[in-house]
Design a protein around this ligand. Structure first.
Ligand code: NAP
Length: 340
């Protein structure tokens, strides 16, 4: 078996209590765990970048969902990229760059079938956690397949300065949208959306009611709404959607830390008259689009026509802070943790 010299232990983040409402640092523990040579059919990966994602908040609850809850007292899971430091699996060599699902730890023993080699020359490793990874595919599949976006249509996207939303808005523009409007939680994010990401209009949802601000930005309404937020945003979008409009229900981050059900949307009945389609989506259903997505979005990236931003928190020990920051909107673009 090929391997580099390994440390005796590596750190991992465990969930130790189920958050009630907003998570706090006390819900997590930084734990030293032994690092051992990989079992047959496994590779040992030293993680370089970890992804922190909004869906992780849902996995901290003990509730039935599309993904099982994180177990208490065990390392959490999540996207990560790193290098193979020991291999007991055919087809993997020390030094290979891989993407896998055992984040929240410095060293990960990954079954070979769950480690995906990535081309570190084609893009920086961490891009496979963001614009060329799960969030990018979510944006692409959600807008084009689930939202059935067509050239010439008007689009509204919430969470527009984040990993998914920033790609949604840019793909819509590059595919010929007549209007792209975004909402985000700071004036600086709003400025960037218009001046740097090519959105036609954007507004800060913290500056006033969403419906009123959306009506100003898109007085004629929209054809597609890409929902990352839920609640008041979804209500406003239902009001603004044209006849036969589509809403892609991708996320509802406004309510992930709520302990009571959301008050909005209160206008669901207008879905009937306008014959709207409100469709939930999970990126896991759309990996058949991966090749097409990488070819088109990767091409725009290479040509400099699509921008992406990362907010990188340094240090494995700061991963929980990065996750909490993500929930508060501390990121523009993809929130990442650089392990060291
Ligand atoms: N269905 C799927 O398969 C799938 C896959 C990936 C992601 N998602 C969902 O897509 C959404 C975006 O994910 P992402 O990874 O791209 O995260 P992200 O947008 O990069 O980061 C989360 C952002 O949510 C915003 N936010 C926090 N609280 C908010 C609130 N009360 N109202 C409005 N915005 C709020 C913050 O930005 P502001 O400063 O703008 O508030 C924050 O930066 C999330 O809802 C996530 O769960 C779904």
């Amino acid at each position: 078996m090929a391997q580099q010299s390994l440390p005796a232990t590596g750190r991992e983040w465990h969930l130790v209590a189920r958050p009630q409402g907003w998570p706090t640092p006390a819900d997590f523990a930084l734990v030293e765990a032994p690092v051992t040579a990989p079992a047959p059919g496994h590779v040992l990966v030293r993680n370089e970048y970890l992804s922190v994602d909004p869906y992780m908040r849902g996995r901290m609850n003990d509730a039935k969902s599309y993904a099982p809850p994180y177990a208490l007292g065990e390392a959490m899971h999540g996207g990560a990229v790193g290098r193979v430091v020991a291999s007991a699996a055919e087809g993997f060599a020390v030094g290979d760059a891989v993407l896998h699902g055992l984040g929240w730890r410095e060293y990960a023993a990954v079954p070979a079938g769950q480690a995906f080699k990535v081309d570190a020359d084609a893009a920086p490793l961490q891009a496979y956690l963001g614009v060329l990874g799960m969030p990018g595919l979510t944006a692409y599949a959600g807008l084009l397949r689930v939202g059935r976006f067509q050239e010439g249509e008007a689009v509204f996207v919430s969470g527009a300065a984040g990993a998914v939303g920033s790609v949604v808005g840019q793909v819509a523009k590059l595919r010929g949208a007549s209007l792209v409007v975004g909402s985000a939680g700071s004036d600086e994010k709003v400025r960037k959306l218009v001046e740097e990401y090519g959105f036609d209009a954007a507004f800060n949802y913290k500056n006033g009611d969403v419906a009123g601000q959306l009506a100003k930005a898109a007085p004629e309404g929209v054809d597609v709404y890409f929902d990352n937020v839920g609640g008041e945003h979804l209500e406003a979008a239902i009001g603004a959607l044209h006849l036969h409009g589509r809403a892609v229900l991708c996320g509802a981050i406004a309510q992930y830390n709520d302990t009571t059900p959301p008050a909005a949307p209160r206008n669901l009945a207008s879905v009937i008259g306008k014959r709207l389609t409100l469709q939930g989506m999970l990126v896991g259903d759309h990996y058949d689009l991966q090749r097409e997505f990488v070819a088109e979005v990767g091409g725009w990236l290479a040509e400099g026509r699509l921008r992406f931003e990362e907010t990188v928190v340094d240090g494995f020990e700061n991963a929980v802070d990065a996750f909490l920051g993500l929930l508060r909107g501390a990121n523009t673009g993809k929130m990442l943790v650089r392990v060291s």
